[in-house]
Write a protein that binds this ligand. Structure first.
Ligand SMILES: [Zn+2]
Length: 417
């Protein structure tokens, strides 16, 4: 039986620097490969990512005729995606005929939930945050309170949009129960007063698209794409054990097995012999004995706050003797059991656990040991067990890139074939 192990590092991604700033650009070439896009879009990305920054370099890099490159460059310049420096002497500093991409030509607003706050981030084509603001919504808040907070953030984002930047859309990366097709936020553990919040009712900028995605799906898709051909050939089950508990599954190219309604609500499946009241309104859910919202007070005492972000919780939990705490031990056993049962449903090749608890080394060791002991069926191998650190980078990329790609296609479509 193979032993679970720590994950290999994610595929190296370009880190570009500008004026001392370091940031991680989206894994654009992986996204293009997954979507089957080439032509002018691929040429633009080669310029944007610094892979080929002249007509000749693009022609060599993509192995296309110079006349084709000329048509693409003409379209990119017309769309204000690219500036071409003069090809004759006279300019200073930069090479002749250099193509310079404008990463701020398109942007997307990504709405994410961090603890008890909504964060709206305007992201450009390089994944840079060109604007970021947040709004705390009271845990007792209802649909009207959430609606007002979302409207306020969106209006501020539009006012602060740089001149010459087109907002291609707003992407809501949400936790809880989401109806993706209906663009409805059905339920969120952090705001039990919200029910079926219609995101289609919010004002949208002219020509902008609306996208609603489960934050775990966005995270998993970006993760698979960053792992390249390895990631897109895996059957990956992601289990989040944090403030709430949820799951996502991808079988090919990071596409979720079901992205419509209610997939992965493992946090609310029922335990026997449990009667604790859950935030969803039912009793005996897994979250009542294992989610951070339920066991945080017992583990952290007065240091726990419902408004804390999971990264803050991870910092506090990291050095605690968690496995010696009976409340945590019960939680661990229940989550391991849930993970094992999910593996009997999906038979993943990889099981990725995220959230603050497993950042405690002792807790992770106990999880891997308990998971290994339970085994799968007959002599079937266990999936490879991996821990993934907390953070919002993958979620943001997974939520932003599809809309940015659509926006690029609309700008370059006539020459993209
Ligand atoms: Zn529940």
């Amino acid at each position: 039986m193979p032993k679970p192990s720590q994950p290999p590092p994610l595929q190296a991604t370009p880190r570009l620097g500008q004026a001392g700033e370091t940031f991680e650009a989206p894994a654009w070439f992986g996204w293009l490969e997954m979507s089957g896009q080439g032509g002018a879009i691929l040429a633009f990305m080669s310029i944007l990512m610094g892979v080929a920054t002249s007509r000749i370099a693009i022609s060599k890099h993509l192995r296309v005729r110079s006349t084709t490159v000329s048509a693409w460059v003409g379209a990119m310049v017309k769309a204000q995606l690219v500036t071409e420096l003069p090809s004759k002497p006279g300019g200073r500093g930069r090479p002749l005929g250099q193509l310079i991409a404008n990463p701020n030509r398109l942007a997307v607003a990504v709405l994410m939930v961090h603890s008890q706050a909504l964060h709206l981030v305007t992201v450009n084509l390089l994944g840079q945050e060109i604007w970021h603001d947040s709004a705390v919504v009271d845990p007792q808040g209802d649909n009207a309170a959430m609606d007002a907070a979302l409207k306020g953030l969106q209006q501020r984002a539009l006012v602060r949009l740089p001149q010459g930047t087109h907002m291609v859309g707003i992407s809501y990366a949400l936790s809880g129960l989401i109806n993706v097709d209906a663009a409805s936020w059905v339920f969120a553990a952090r705001w039990p007063g919200i029910r079926n919040l219609k995101l289609t009712a919010l004002p949208m900028p002219a020509g902008a698209a609306l996208q609603v995605v489960r934050n775990m799906d966005a995270q998993l898709q970006a993760r698979c794409i960053r792992r390249g051909t390895v990631g897109t050939s895996e059957r990956t089950l992601m289990l989040h054990w944090g403030y709430g508990i949820g799951a996502a599954f991808s079988v090919n190219h990071g596409a979720s097995v079901d992205n419509t309604t209610g997939f992965g609500e493992v946090g609310h499946w029922q335990l026997s012999n449990q009667s604790l009241r859950c935030r969803c309104g039912h009793s005996g859910c897994l979250e009542t004995v294992a989610a951070l919202w339920a066991i945080g007070p017992a583990l952290l005492g007065t240091r726990f706050g419902h408004a804390m972000d999971e990264t803050q919780a991870a910092e506090l939990l990291r050095t605690m003797p968690l496995t010696e705490h009976p409340v945590f031990s019960q939680a661990l056993q229940e989550v391991v059991l849930a993970a094992c049962n999910l593996c009997r449903v999906f038979f993943p090749s990889h099981l990725v656990i995220t959230g603050p608890f497993i950042e405690n080394p002792g807790a992770w060791a106990a999880f891997t040991e308990a998971f290994s002991k339970r085994g799968l069926l007959v002599d079937l191998p266990l999936p490879r067990l991996e821990a993934q650190s907390s953070g919002h980078q993958l979620e943001q990329e997974g939520a932003a890139v599809p809309l940015l790609l659509d926006g690029l296609l609309q700008l370059l479509e006539p020459s993209a074939v």
